[in-house]
Design a protein around this ligand. Structure first.
Ligand code: ZN
Ligand code: ZN
Length: 233
C-alpha cells in the first residue's frame, strides 16, 4: 500500500485539485498495478488520504477534501499551506501574467458574493503601475482556463468563483486581506465563502453547520433573531 500512497501523492501534487472522477481514474489503475485492493468506499478513501496527510504535514503541505458549494463537488486538494499568491510558482509565465492572477484573485476577494462575471475577468482589467505588456484578451482566456483546470478558480453560470485550491492554499491570505467579505462561520470558525446568509444580520454561515444547529434551536447564532432563511438547496 505504501507504493500506492506514494504514487497517488505524486499524482495529487501534479494535478493539485482532483474531482471524484479524476481520483477514480488515477487510483483504479494504481491499485491494479500494485495488486492491492482499491478503497471500497468514501470512508476508506478518507482514511487513505488522512494517512498520506500525516506524512506531509510537517513539510507545510496538505492533502484533504474540500466541498465546494458552487460546483457542488468534493475535491481532493494538494496545497502548500500558507502560500501567498505573489509567491505562487507560475512556471513559464511573465511578470504581467502573474500580476493578472493576483488581480483576478483580488477582484474575487473584494466582492460580497466572491464572484465576477466571466467576461469581466478579461475585459477592462486594470493593470496598475508598471505592467508594460498586459496579456491579450485571448491569452487571458487561456490563462483563466488553465487556472480553472488547476482548481484556483471555478466557472459556473458564466461567473468565475474562487476555486477549491485557492480556498485551501491561500487561506491565510484570504483571511487577512478580505476581512469585510470573507469571514469565519460563527459555528465552526472555518472560513465561509457562499453557503447561506441570515436574512436579518446578513452573516454567512455553512449550510451544514446551521442545519445541525437548528435541530435544537431556532435563532441565528450571530444576531440571536429568529432564523428565517430556507436551508434547502
Ligand atoms: Zn461552519
Ligand atoms: Zn443573524
Amino acid at each position: 500500500m505504501d507504493k500506492v500512497k506514494r504514487a497517488f501523492l505524486r499524482a495529487c501534487i501534479n494535478h493539485s485539485c482532483l474531482d471524484p472522477e479524476q481520483i477514480d481514474k488515477i487510483l483504479t489503475p494504481l491499485c491494479e498495478h500494485h495488486k492491492v485492493e482499491k478503497p471500497a468506499n468514501k470512508e476508506a478513501l478518507y482514511k487513505l488520504v488522512g494517512e498520506i496527510e500525516n506524512t506531509i504535514r510537517e513539510l507545510n503541505q496538505s492533502l484533504g477534501f474540500v466541498q465546494h458549494p458552487i460546483s457542488g463537488k468534493e475535491y481532493l486538494v494538494f496545497a502548500i499551506t500558507e502560500a501567498t499568491p505573489d509567491k505562487l510558482a507560475h512556471p513559464g509565465l511573465s511578470a504581467e501574467e502573474c500580476q493578472y492572477f493576483s488581480i483576478i484573485l483580488d477582484m474575487l476577494g473584494q466582492r460580497e458574493d466572491l464572484c465576477i462575471a466571466w467576461n469581466e475577468a478579461y475585459s477592462n482589467v486594470n493593470f496598475k503601475g508598471t505592467a508594460t505588456k498586459p496579456p491579450t484578451k485571448l491569452r487571458m482566456q487561456t490563462l483563466l482556463q488553465m487556472w480553472n483546470d488547476m482548481g484556483y478558480f471555478v466557472e459556473s453560470d458564466d461567473h468565475l468563483y474562487l476555486g477549491a485550491r485557492s480556498i485551501v492554499e491561500f487561506e491565510f491570505h484570504l483571511r487577512s486581506h478580505y476581512v469585510d467579505t470573507i469571514k469565519e462561520c460563527a459555528l465552526c470558525k472555518k472560513l465561509v465563502f457562499w453557503d447561506v446568509k441570515c436574512s436579518d444580520c446578513g452573516r454567512k454561515i455553512h449550510r451544514e453547520c446551521i442545519r445541525k444547529y437548528l435541530r435544537t434551536r431556532s435563532n441565528c447564532p450571530t444576531c440571536g433573531n429568529k432564523w428565517c432563511t430556507r436551508l434547502s438547496q
